[in-house]
Write a protein that binds this ligand. Structure first.
Ligand SMILES: Nc1ncnc2c1ncn2[C@@H]1O[C@H](COP(=O)(O)OP(=O)(O)OP(=O)(O)O)[C@@H](O)[C@H]1O
Length: 306
C-alpha cells in the first residue's frame, strides 16, 4: 500500500483473558479527514487505538497505518503515526521543552531541528510561557496540550488521539478543533475518540460507532444527519399535539417536559412545519434540532441494542 493511505482495520480483535475488549472492528480513517471514534465506556476504543498505534498486538484481523502493519512493520508505521493517549504520563524531571526535544531525538531529528520544532509546537499549544517548567507541575489541561504537541513532533501522516479534549478549558477545546481541522486540511488522517459528541459534530467528517468491541455503524456526518429529530415547544403543548395529529405529522412527546420531537429530513421541512403551525394559530416558542447529529445517532444505536 502507498503512504498517505490513512488507517484501515478489518476484522480486528483482541482479548484480555476472558474479556473480549475488541471483538470485530472494521474501520477506515481516510487522509484529509477527521474521523470520530464513538462508543460507550468499555466499548473497546482505547484498546483499538493502542493496536493502531502499535502498542498492543491484535489477536486477529488486519491493521494498516499509513500503509504499514504496526506489528510487522513497526518502525515504518510508528514513524508516521502521532499517538496521544488519554492519560499523559510525563517524565518527572524534564521540562515541557525537554519532553519535546527528547521525543524529537527518539525520532532521530537533529538536535537543532528538534529545538526549533519544540519551540514551534510549544507556541502552537500555547505553552511557551511554561516551556522551561518541569512538565509534572503542569495542570491536567496543560499536560493534555503538551501531549498533543508530543504527538506532532515528527509531523506524522496519521494522528490517533484518545479523548484529546478531556481536561481542556473551553478556549483550548476550540483551539483543538481548529488545529485538527487544519491538520486534516494538510492531508493527515485524524482519528479521534471522544465522549463529547457535540464537539465531534463540529470537527469530524466521518464517524465510526463501536459497541461491545464491534463496529455497529460507520458513516459520514452528512449522511448521519439525513433524518434528525427537531424539538418544538409551544405555549399550549396540547394544541400543538392536536395540530400535528391533524396534519398527519409523526411526533413523540418528550417525556422530559412540554415539548414535542419530530423527525425531519431537511431544513426546508422544518421551515414548512413552522409555517403551517403558525398559520394554524399555534403559539410556537421554539423549533430547533434536538441535540447534535452524532448524539442522535448514538442514542438511536443505544436504543436498538436494548
Ligand atoms: N489491560 C487490560 N486487561 C484486562 N481488561 C482490559 C484491559 N484493557 C481493557 N480491558 C477491558 O476491555 C474492555 C474495553 O476497554 P477499553 O478501555 O478499550 O474501552 P473504551 O471504549 O476505551 O472505554 P472508555 O470510554 O471508558 O475509555 C473493557 O471491558 C475493559 O475493562
Amino acid at each position: 500500500m502507498s503512504p498517505g493511505s490513512g488507517v484501515a482495520a478489518h476484522g480486528v480483535r483482541r482479548s484480555f483473558g476472558s474479556v473480549q475488549a475488541v471483538a470485530d472492528v472494521d474501520l477506515v480513517a481516510a487522509p484529509g479527514r477527521v474521523t470520530a471514534l464513538i462508543g460507550p465506556n468499555g466499548s473497546g476504543k482505547t484498546t483499538l487505538l493502542l493496536m493502531l498505534a502499535g502498542l498492543l498486538a491484535p489477536d486477529g484481523g488486519t491493521v494498516s497505518v499509513a500503509g504499514f502493519d504496526p506489528v510487522t512493520q513497526s518502525y515504518q508505521a510508528r514513524s508516521r503515526t502521532g499517538w496521544m493517549p488519554d492519560v499523559f504520563g510525563t517524565w518527572d524531571s524534564l521540562t515541557a521543552r525537554e519532553v519535546l526535544t527528547t521525543v524529537a531525538g527518539a525520532y532521530r531529528i537533529a538536535p537543532a531541528d528538534g529545538g526549533r520544532r519544540a519551540a514551534e509546537l510549544l507556541d502552537l499549544v500555547h505553552l511557551t510561557e511554561l516551556a522551561d517548567q518541569p512538565a509534572h507541575v503542569l495542570s491536567r489541561g496543560q499536560k493534555q496540550r503538551l501531549g498533543l504537541a508530543r504527538a506532532l513532533v515528527h509531523d506524522p501522516e496519521v494522528l490517533l488521539l484518545d479523548e484529546p479534549a478531556s481536561g481542556l478549558d473551553p478556549r483550548s477545546r476550540v483551539d483543538l478543533r481548529v488545529l485538527l481541522r487544519r491538520l486534516a486540511a494538510e492531508g493527515k488522517a485524524v482519528l479521534v475518540s471522544s465522549h463529547v459528541l457535540a464537539e465531534l459534530d463540529e470537527m469530524a467528517d466521518d464517524a465510526v460507532f463501536l459497541s461491545r468491541g464491534r463496529t455497529v455503524a460507520a458513516e459520514t456526518i452528512e449522511s448521519a444527519g439525513e433524518t434528525r429529530r427537531w424539538r418544538i415547544t409551544a405555549l399550549d403543548p396540547e394544541a400543538l399535539v392536536a395540530h400535528l395529529a391533524r396534519a398527519g405529522v409523526a411526533y413523540d412527546v418528550d417525556p422530559d417536559g412540554g415539548s414535542v420531537l419530530v423527525p425531519l429530513s431537511a431544513d426546508t421541512e422544518a421551515a414548512a412545519l413552522l409555517g403551517d403551525a403558525v398559520r394554524a394559530g399555534i403559539d410556537v416558542v421554539s423549533l430547533a434540532p434536538a441535540g447534535g447529529v452524532l448524539e442522535q445517532k448514538y442514542l438511536a444505536l443505544e436504543e436498538e441494542r436494548r
